[in-house]
Ligand binder design. Sequence first.
Ligand code: S3P
Length: 437
Amino acid sequence: MSGRLDWISRKAGAIKGALRVPGDKSVSHRSLMLAALAEGTSHVRGFLEGEDTRATAAVLSRLGVRIQVPADGERVIHGVGLHGLKGTQAPLDCGNAGTGMRLLAGLLAGQAFDSTLVGDQSLSRRPMRRVTDPLTLMGARIDTQDGLPPLHVRGGQSLQGIRYTLPVASAQVKSAVLLAGLYAQGETEIIEPHPTRDYTERMLAAFGWPIDFEPGRAKLSGGHRLLATDVDVPADFSSAAFFLVAASVVPGSELHLHAVGLNPRRTGLLEALRLMGADIRVENPRESGAEPVGDLVVRYAPLRGVALPEALVPDMIDEFPALFVAAAVAEGQTVIRGAAELRVKESDRLATMAAGLRTLGIRIDETPDGATIHGGSLGGGTVDSHGDHRIAMSFAIAGLLADASVTITDCSNVATSFPGFVELANGCGFGIGVAGG
Ligand code: S3P
């Protein structure tokens, strides 16, 4: 992680232009892991050059995988095969990335060697029992610090397939179990309380592993091979989300976003914003790799508050900070329930957004699993992002409408998921500067 960085976001004009946001984080992590375990050489295009995905690449390099970087956004991964990774005594640093650590825990549970996974301060506070519990049922041995990282994964265990119903909807947990399932005897089956993003399933199939899946369920058995495959990573919907909200709320805006990943398990925010009255169109819907993508055209439209359908929550789990800002300037109340998972993200996102919006003059009633946001007008002030990338970018949107500047502290982690955010945002009308710079 780089040093501490604070931003000032100021009112600017309308949000206009055409842009492509960086590659999808979930797909980038998975492309590295599956290509590493495959036989042969895989080319990944549109790879996210973020700190999170680079941390995963560095971990795999440490484990003996040769990864070349022919150009920004490209990786050539020389797969070592399912049993070709080499152990290391050195701690494997996942940085800020929950996805990296949880998926790697599953992958490493099936190896012949011991490993230690560590993370930064924020990752070191995130719950890991949700992955170590099912992996332990499979026969893995993983020690935690009272359920928190570091994770000490013992090698040489023989894993058994399980049928596991996830207690919480989590693609990370599902993926960790499926990755361990590659090394297990017999069948591994996951049942989800609500369908979550299915990138691991789609990509396993693309790499030639037999897998049976449908929304809410996935099943595979151990003992097959992964074969090298090229991956085209779509633009990250979660990064596009900040622009969708900004252009929706700033009068006079019109923005075009190219080749955005539109996996239905990611696009809940589109539906939520449309329910609020947003004007967002999908153009040129198409398939890229194994994923649906499209170009998004968003125009300013006055928003009104809604009672958010709970069924949308898992499909927009990373987009709540941006939705909170949309709700803060919408007419009337927005009611969010069933979103307790937000408390265990990179920060407690319910508490962090509530505190920041209150500072900016918005009335907000926090509940254990959500919030009621009373739309109003935003004032200026200083808000703490708590080192959470998505909180920082969301408050940058708030600065576009506030009647005085908004200072956002602790923004360096934006580089984990969205390198170049400030340049791209300012290029289409944001007014973000470095505080004190
Ligand atoms: C992710 C799953 C989600 C999401 C995270 C990325 C993934 O986490 O919030 O940013 O790539 O599988 P959970 O599985 O904890 O819901």
